[in-house]
Design a protein around this ligand. Structure first.
Ligand code: NDP
Ligand code: GDR
Length: 372
């Protein structure tokens, strides 16, 4: 049987990298869309890279952009994919307030460009499409836990753009009989999560503080509650959604929620450090109360976290908690990581990374100055 062919937009992102690994293991040929950048931007998939001169490559990257219809049409025509995973997006909620029009173009209209390319090329019956939808669609709390039937109330330009993408996917499915599905995924993290999302920001900072490389760090809203899972579990579900008998929309979540403040506590616990939080709102701070690990000793009472209002969003999503019953019962999806193992995985990885930084610093190699 011929290997299946997948096209992944956003292949250089967190999910794109894990999904590529998964599909390659399943014997797929994987084509990925990458953006041209002035520096290499393929760190997360470099281990999958194959020399373009070898024959029968099964991992191939193409230049392109979600804002460029002609590029997307040409690539889909060349690749003739069995499955498209549309993961590319300007995915940072706070940044979307700074670049709302671009976000609408890449995340909203970008999805239309993919769907319409498939239609235009007459691939409606061949190509199955996964759309990376998000729990941000639920926004202002209408009901908890949030399921496939919970009404949407988006609270950021990112979420509004993703709402267009959600409905245009449903519309193309209904109008043209396409196998196009939304995975409404709740937050999922990993050691390769972007450094400016809150979990990775925390695990990086906690590792650096524990190793004496940093004094303290700053966060925004510590009260926000998120349903955090592991990205490795969630990309499995993306694949399962496209193997289902019928094209449908699916919530993927753990069903448990945790406040940002408690994620901070858990990360510090990984290095044996306990904290006490004092004060409220912008005056809240965290202090060290005990250090149980011989390698990570900080002064008792040391201030390690402050709140900086610059990280507050103009409109916030206060509480996300998903109900994954449909995915569990109809597709048999089970997460293999709980929050504790997610935090442990991220902390182990960041501690290793920061230990390298520590060695470089001790050897006098920390500042790379290209102009010297
Ligand atoms: P990342 O931010 O890690 O990756 C986004 C990817 O999209 C990167 O490869 C990025 O390229 C690419 N990209 C951004 N803009 C464009 C563009 N204009 N043209 C082409 N490529 C572009 O996101 P994740 O991997 O975390 O998320 C994957 C998808 O799932 C996103 O659509 C996100 O919105 C959605 N999502 C994520 C959730 C999560 O918790 N992680 C939850 C729910 C939905 P580059 O590397 O060059 O920046
Ligand atoms: P989110 O993730 O907005 O849920 O979107 P993020 O990690 O950015 O924020 C989660 C919550 O933490 C609060 N917060 C901070 N966030 C950041 N980034 N930096 C901070 O310093 C900070 N302090 C507190 C935020 O206010 C928020 O409440 C992610 C993205 O991956 C989206 O693409 C995806 O659709 C959703 O998850 C589901």
């Amino acid at each position: 049987m011929k290997n299946k062919v997948a096209f992944i937009t956003g292949v250089t992102g967190q999910d794109g990298a894990y999904l590529s690994e998964l599909l390659l293991k399943k014997g797929y040929t994987v084509h990925g869309l990458k953006r041209r950048a002035s520096l290499f931007n393929t760190d997360r998939v470099d281990h999958l890279y194959q020399d373009p001169h070898i024959e029968n490559r099964n991992f191939i990257l193409h230049y392109g952009d979600m804002t460029d219809s002609t590029n997307l049409i040409r690539l889909i025509q060349e690749i003739q994919p069995d499955e498209i995973y549309n993961l590319a997006a300007m995915s940072h909620v706070q940044v979307s307030f700074e670049v709302p029009e671009y976000t609408a173009n890449a995340d909203g209209i970008g999805t239309l460009r993919i769907l319409d390319a498939v239609r235009l090329l007459g691939l409606e019956k061949k190509t199955r499409i996964y759309q990376a939808s998000t729990s941000e669609l639920y926004g202002k709390v209408q009901e908890v836990p949030q399921s496939e039937t919970t009404p949407f109330y988006p609270r950021s330009p990112y979420a509004v753009a993703k709402m267009y993408a959600y409905w245009i996917t449903v519309n193309y499915r209904e109008a043209y009989g396409m196998f196009a599905c939304n995975g409404i995924l709740f937050n999922h993290e990993s050691p390769i999560r972007g450094e400016t999302f809150v979990t990775r920001k925390i695990t990086r900072a906690v590792s650096r503080i524990a190793l004496g490389l940093q004094d303290k760090f700053y966060l925004g809203n510590l009260d926000a509650q998120r349903d955090w899972g592991h990205a490795k579990d969630y990309v499995k579900m993306m694949w399962m959604i496209l193997q289902a008998e019928e094209a449908e929309d699916w919530v993927i979540a753990t069903g448990k929620t945790t406040a940002v403040r408690d994620f901070v506590r858990l990360a510090f616990q990984e290095v044996g450090i306990s904290l006490e939080f004092k004060g409220e709102g912008v005056n809240e701070k965290a202090f060290v109360t005990s250090c149980a690990h011989a390698d990570y000793q900080l002064p008792i009472g040391k201030e390690v976290l402050n709140v900086d209002p610059k990280y507050f969003r103009p409109t916030e999503v206060d509480l996300l908690i998903g109900d994954p019953t449909k995915a569990r019962t109809k597709l048999g999806w089970e997460a293999s990581h709980d929050l504790a193992s997610l935090v442990a995985d991220m902390m182990q990885s960041d501690l290793k990374l920061m230990q390298k930084e520590q060695h470089l610093k001790e050897g006098g190699y920390t500042t790379l100055n290209y102009f010297e």
